[in-house]
Design a protein around this ligand. Sequence first.
Ligand code: SF4
Length: 509
Amino acid sequence: MDFSSGRLRQKQARLAGDRRELYPHSLQFYLEPPTENISLVEFESFAIDRLRLLKVVENLGVSHVRTSDTYKTKLGAELRKLKFPYKALAEDDYEARRKDHISHFILRLAYCQSEDLRRWFLQQEMDLLRYRFNELTEGLRQKFLEHVNLSFEAVSEDLKNELANELYTSTPGLTMTKVKEQMFYKVGLADAVDLFRARRVFIKDGFAYVPLKEIDVIVSNNFRAKLSKALALTARALPSIQSDERLQPLLNHLSHSYVGPDYSVQKNTGKISLEQIDALSVKSFPLCMRQLHKALRDNHHLRHGGRMQYGLFLKGIGLTLEQALEFWKKEFIRGKVDADKFDKGYAYSIRHSYGKEGKRTDYTPYSCMKIIMSNPPSQGDYHGCPFRHSDPDLLKQKLQSYKIPLSGITQILELVKGMHYQLACQKYFELTHDVDDIGFSLNHPNQYFTESQKLLSGGRELKKELNNSGNSQQKNNNQESMNSNSTPTSSSTTTDAELEGLEAYFTED
Ligand code: SF4
């Protein structure tokens, strides 16, 4: 039983065969799917790690300029931590390259299922590739370009000197000295459309003269075209994958997944009174739950999508079964439902959600990803994520009515436009709690509530002060807390399959 890590690695290499030749570069366009056998455990852990990485790519892309040192340092650290290829491993990193390859294809399967998922995946993968390409040394970049058939003709020194003035005036951001230092490449117009449209390159005889620093745009556009096509093809092949009963729940879970703590375990059970809920909904509920609470109070009713989303959230913040029964009954009988009907129908479903009926499963509150990605609201529904599902004008009105300053509303709407719904929600948190830096990565409505309560009860007061004074040490700690919040938990894999059973009990309007 003495398996040293070296021997274990050798054994794995033997099992996998010698596959090093599959990865001649640390970077790839993921053109060939993996063909080796892998265990379901490795399948899931690779996929979760890549999902974590792509979430970080998304967060950093919105909070920092992509060329800034902070962006590069933070993304580099995450790649290193999750053991994906990064600069220092660029020459010999078989395990990291293998993980990169396999995990990309798993998420491709999970994220080809809808237009929204495809768009999100494509954007994060493109940003990741661009970052990694720019981190390569010039020699490795050149090798990679040749490998993916993007080797462009370098402009000779003589020609460059001859065109120096034109290159200088047509290439923004370059001084004459930089023009002389930079390598320029002759690129066909079809490959340089974006640069050409943005007037960032000199054009002559059907070629764009592209400086090395802009080659990443061409590489990522080329990658986007290939990946976009591949995602569409994968989506077409989905029915055959969906018939695999081992894979389908995993893939569904991944596409609805978030990487964060499990809120099915209620630490606060019984600590909240029903009288507090109105005030809490204003102070500490995320917008989705505030909207549901208001609709319930106004209409004395919620349709089943709303009851599911809001009921499980309330359970997650600590309502006991008895409190939940009282809460829903009091409100419903103020509307069209009489007490008898409530006891016979709705009460059963509430007990079911607390694991007291049917399969006796203790159901987990919905994560942001699940709310954003599945079961969009229709007319008369109040569930969903307002940042994702509301018309921007209505969202603006709602935020105005909640006294969010106009500049904040503009920032939120910008994030929504870029489809960064959770980041828009983070901004809403910052504005409603008067903090400069939320200090965590939002993945779950119950996380929003917990963090809000911590902050309001003084638990994060110190952090706020330190943030305001720009204390970098504390900011590092915030980052750590964000990372620890992002640790995946195996128990979060329970949700989807279990909820199918529960949804059947919530069909009554
Ligand atoms: Fe709710 Fe999450 Fe949307 Fe915020 S981002 S409103 S917590 S679903």
